[in-house]
Design a protein around this ligand. Sequence first.
Ligand SMILES: Cc1ncc(COP(=O)(O)O)c(C=O)c1O
Length: 466
Amino acid sequence: MNEEALFRELLQLVLRYRQGEREDPLLQPLTPETLGRLLELERPAEGDWRQLLRWLALYLEHSVKTGHTGFLNRMWSGANLPSILAEMVVAVNNTSACTYESAPVSTLMERHMLDTMLELVGFRDGEGQMNTGSSSANLVAMLAARNEALERAKSDGLWGQQRLCAFVSEDAHYSLDKAANVLGIGTSQLVKVPVDGHGRMDPAALEALLEERRRAGEQPFFVCVTLGTTVRGAYDPVAPVAALREKHGFWLHGDGAWGGAVLLDDELRRRYLPDAALLNSFTWDFHKMPGTNLTANMLLVNGRRDAFRCACSAGEHSYLFREEQETHALDLGVGSLQCARRVDSLKWFLDWKFFGREGLAARVRRYLALAEYAERRIGELPQLELVVPRESFNVCFRYRAPAGKEANAFNLALRHRLYRRGEALVGVGWIGDTLTLRLLITHPDFSEADVDRFLEKVVESGRALS
Ligand SMILES: Cc1ncc(COP(=O)(O)O)c(C=O)c1O
């Protein structure tokens, strides 16, 4: 097959997938054994384009259709078309966004988008970088804070230095534990601050823990507030935590991976995140609520222009980064932990240009209105109950288990039934000891009728299991 014929066939496959994405079944619940047999993983295919096209078709056929309205499992659904087009072009060009020399367009687009976001968040004299997601952005933020707190940490490690400790709420994302592990802080030195009845970090409890650790001779160097928690969608209070920074001198990071999207809309910003400009750093994923193809993340730093270079640079005199290059100062790889960097800027740039801030803000407002609607409907359905009141975009609810059935196990079975039947893939989480179904609406075409359809399926499944 020649290349043109290959691309034509591929385009047909892609179009067929896109057209059926909403109507075709969400998934085909095959066992791994059956799927493995279908995929014929051992089959040789040297030079066999037909077989490669068959695998591409099988991939699309047997993947979970994330653009289906039943895909309610994660913090995104499907992807924006401009960013899909961008991804295809990025694959064809296949460069690494580490130097201007090898990725000139991407470098300028990434820098342009990061500057745009620094202004949107309200950071002055700062800088930004794209990471592979908020997990890695949280790690880089903690690294920058660690190296600022202990001047010799980068060269000497943590040997013989004052013991560090960091603070997050009990409901923070697990990536902070991973960061504490990777950076040699130790997961037991990541102090979990209790949350209030809304799932928000309690600043009084934080203050008491800061004092306690100080008295024990430790150095509190990093506090991360979560701005849109993973399960409840709660926003930790920024201003009262920032007030403690004066005394304790920690780096205040904001994890807005999910909830940062409220910054797109002035009214939502006032309601949920009015004090973003007080943070020292902030991360937010465009691959979550705004719908850009995975992955599109930003990490922004306030009031520091060389934070990433100080924290991450190494090998600056290596084969890659050459100071005699006129454009060396633009090289994004210097301050990054990655060497090969996927081009994530093109899709982000195209989405931003095509939808505009207001277009994306309207989408976020709509998701919130649909979450309100879902909450109301759950209140009207006697079989269902909210596990906790809604804080923002996350609706935490469950089926009222019939007498004699344990509620957590019952709801887990219900969720599994929805999955097995290809009806819905809905998120799940824990609030204390209570298992909750977590409804997140992130599909731009999702409607009230889709909310109703989903809740009907939940009720139907609950009845069948009762
Ligand atoms: C609050 C929060 N922070 C960080 C992350 C990790 O983001 P990523 O998947 O982009 O690494 C998540 C993911 O769900 C999250 O909810």
